[in-house]
Design a protein around this ligand. Structure first.
Ligand code: KIV
Length: 264
């Protein structure tokens, strides 16, 4: 496999090939995921929950993400490395540019931020400064206090229309990848059809251009409640590399996620 870039992901969407991505936070797991052929690794602020044991992602700092980005970068050869800008690290343009620079210098190929219309200018500024950007809509965990919990988003038609508009607006601003989290499958399909960039889903059905899972969920090593949209691939295979190969295979064939993993 050759090195995956943002252009590779776009070519995959254009060719109708599914994109498989996962989170990782250290070199050892990242190496196994890279060997298995994963297309992108996200150093997600989910690390606040799965590594640090926090109840949400808000305590995660830019330094935390930089540290884990460097660890992952040291483990991979081909996979695209995507890093989260954590809560309140992109509230102003100057802060956004400084923090995105730290993530890129730690080894990221792209940064991800959560939100809709309020980010159009921010995305333009980053893209103008040569930072590839991934958007994130739906259940954006940094907004958990606004949502009143980790709840499926976009269930009413006004919110659904608004999300489609935000996806188009973010694309026009320059994002090159979009994550949709915990939204009805029908809405995920409408958004995927409405934009030309690759869309990857988590709890958004098998209708997007690809999938992302938190590694602890995909390997069945999370403590606490296992999300409905996840599947334990390690239980089915017995070793980590084969588990990720199975995940990629089932994303590719459209058998993962199955209807029972989605929302209506
Ligand atoms: O932080 C994270 O791991 C994420 C994924 C759930 C998409 O944002």
């Amino acid at each position: 496999m050759s090195r995956i870039t943002v252009s590779t992901l776009q070519q995959m969407k254009d060719a109708g090939e599914k994109i498989s991505t996962i989170t990782a936070y250290d070199a050892s797991f990242a190496r196994q995921f890279d060997n298995a052929g994963i297309h992108a690794i996200l150093i997600g602020d989910s690390l606040g929950m799965v590594l640090q044991g926090e109840s949400d992602t808000l305590p995660v700092s830019v330094d935390d993400i930089c540290y884990h980005t460097r660890c992952v970068r040291n483990g991979v050869n081909n996979t695209l490395v995507l890093s989260d800008l954590p809560f309140m690290s992109y509230a102003t343009p100057e802060q956004t540019y400084a923090n995105a620079a730290k993530l890129m210098q730690a080894g990221a190929n792209m940064v991800k931020l959560e939100g809709g219309a309020w980010l159009y200018e921010t995305v333009r500024g980053l893209v103008d400064r040569s930072v590839p950007v991934c958007g994130h809509l739906g259940l954006t965990p940094q907004s958990v206090n606004v949502f009143g919990g980790f709840k499926v988003q976009g269930r009413n038609s006004k919110k659904a229309e608004e999300m489609i508009d935000h996806a188009k607006g973010l694309e026009a601003a320059g994002i090159q990848l979009l994550v949709l989290e915990c939204i009805p499958t029908e809405l995920a399909k409408a958004i995927t059809d409405a934009v030309s960039i690759p869309v990857i889903g988590i709890g958004a059905g098998n209708v997007t251009d690809g999938q992302i899972l938190v590694m602890h969920d995909a390997l069945g090593i999370s403590y606490g409640k296992v999300p409905k949209f996840s599947r334990n691939f390690l239980a089915e295979t017995g070793n980590i590399e084969d588990a990720i190969k199975l995940y990629i295979k089932d994303v590719n064939s459209g058998t993962f996620p199955a209807p029972e993993h989605g929302f209506s």
